[in-house]
Design a protein around this ligand. Structure first.
Ligand SMILES: Cc1ncc(COP(=O)(O)O)c(C=O)c1O
Length: 391
């Protein structure tokens, strides 16, 4: 019997970036799209029902963020992550990337240095560079097939660069690490020692794969509350990125005021009624759906790992502890980054994200989105296998 995540949903005419822009972006037809980080799954039924009820009202006027939404957010954080959030901390942003860009502008000055940990989600680089700040690289280390933070390098760079800020990705996209409490404690000690402001992008928090558990930075290191801004969202978790809603949790009142003033001046505070309805329903009723989708994604990750081992042994993957991304090591193919990209598109006919887009350290890797029906994954792998065999 087919499970609820096995069906293919026809996205024709919806404006879906993943399904309708693939040809334009990759320049080829008939690619299996496994790039943009959203899911090919229907979200929780409770969200669909709540949106239908809201749509039926037929009135979609200006909307503010009511107290019940903050309650739903705080309830979720405590229930899923054991993190007690004061509802006053919660600010709104249409997206986490918007929030990252805002934080860089609010808490640093042009010319300031900001530490990032590549390979990492490309907007981390852009949000620093686009505003005349300078990124300082603290690359992750790949040790025995697992990525680790390089704390020695971090401390040295924090000291010599006199950086003002660190952008943390927890859990980490694209390498799929769910940072442990111990790792976060070490990181926090360095941030305290060198007075770094920390922007913790925890958008993948809800996507830790069993047995891994997400640790919010401020649970591991509550002493950082005066210097930490946490970005969270229901968008990755419940497949609602198009609804444009995220939350920025800022415990320090002055930092919070500065963020809100920036967002108000940019007129970025208006929320849309559908995102409010969807987020509220998801955070109240989405637990069971999320547990099922995470089990399905983990099954896909295991399927991919086993397929590569048995059928395409020249490729291997870093097993994700969280997120629905697989980080595939294609270096043994011996292709330069541009050749690897062209190979996946023109020969294998799959649309993946090229590793180099996540920083130099990603050269030779490809990122595959696993939030897809198993049959889509099977199709992509069969095509990659045939292309590798023909190399
Ligand atoms: C680490 C990280 N932050 C932010 C985003 C995007 O956030 P938003 O769509 O809310 O701007 C993504 C999407 O892939 C991501 O992986």
């Amino acid at each position: 019997m087919k499970g609820d995540f096995d069906g293919i949903i026809d996205m024709t005419g919806t404006g879906s970036v993943k399904w309708e822009l693939t040809q334009k972006v990759f320049g080829e037809e008939s690619l299996t799209p496994m790039w943009v980080a959203d899911m090919d799954f229907r979200g929780p039924q409770a969200v669909i029902d709540a949106l239908k009820r809201r749509a039926e009202l037929g009135v979609y006027g200006y909307t503010f963020r009511p107290a019940h939404l903050n309650e739903a957010v705080a309830g979720w954080m405590e229930r899923r992550h054991g993190w007690r959030v004061d509802q006053e901390w919660i600010c709104f942003s249409p997206g986490v990337v918007t929030a990252l860009n805002a934080c860089v502008q609010v808490y640093t000055e042009p010319g300031d240095r900001v530490i990032i940990q590549p390979p990492v989600y490309p907007p981390f680089f852009k949000s620093v560079q686009d505003h005349g700040r300078e990124p300082v690289m603290n690359p992750l280390k790949l040790v025995d097939g697992k990525y680790e933070m390089d704390f020695e390098d971090l401390a040295a760079k924090a000291e010599t660069s006199r950086a003002k800020m660190l952008l943390l990705c927890n859990p980490h996209n694209p390498v799929g690490r769910v940072w442990t409490r111990g790792e976060l404690e070490k990181l926090a000690a360095i941030c305290e020692r060198f007075g770094l402001i920390v922007v913790a992008d925890e958008i993948h928090a809800d996507l830790a794969l069993n047995p891994h558990r997400h640790t919010p930075l401020l649970v591991a290191a509550p002493q950082l509350a005066g210097r930490t801004i946490v970005c969270m969202a229901p968008s990755k978790t419940f497949n609602m990125a198009g609804l444009a809603m995220s939350f920025v949790l800022i415990p320090d009142p002055e930092q919070r005021k500065a963020f809100q003033t920036f967002m108000e001046k940019a007129h970025l505070t208006a929320i849309n009624p559908f995102s409010l309805t969807a987020a509220d329903a998801a955070y109240r009723h989405g637990d069971e759906w999320l547990d099922r989708v995470l089990a399905y994604i983990k099954g896909n990750a295991e399927y991919l790992r086993d397929f590569l081992t048995r059928r395409i042994p020249r490729l291997s993957m870093v097993m994700p502890e969280g997120t629905y991304m697989a980080w595939i090591d294609c270096r043994p193919l011996g292709l330069a980054p541009d050749e690897l990209k062209a190979f996946m598109v023109s020969k294998a006919k799959v649309a993946l994200n090229e590793g180099k887009g996540f920083g130099e350290e990603g050269a030779g890797f490809m990122r595959m989105n696993l939030a897809a029906p198993r049959s889509v994954l099977e199709e992509a792998l069969a095509k990659i296998e045939a292309a590798v065999n023909a190399l």
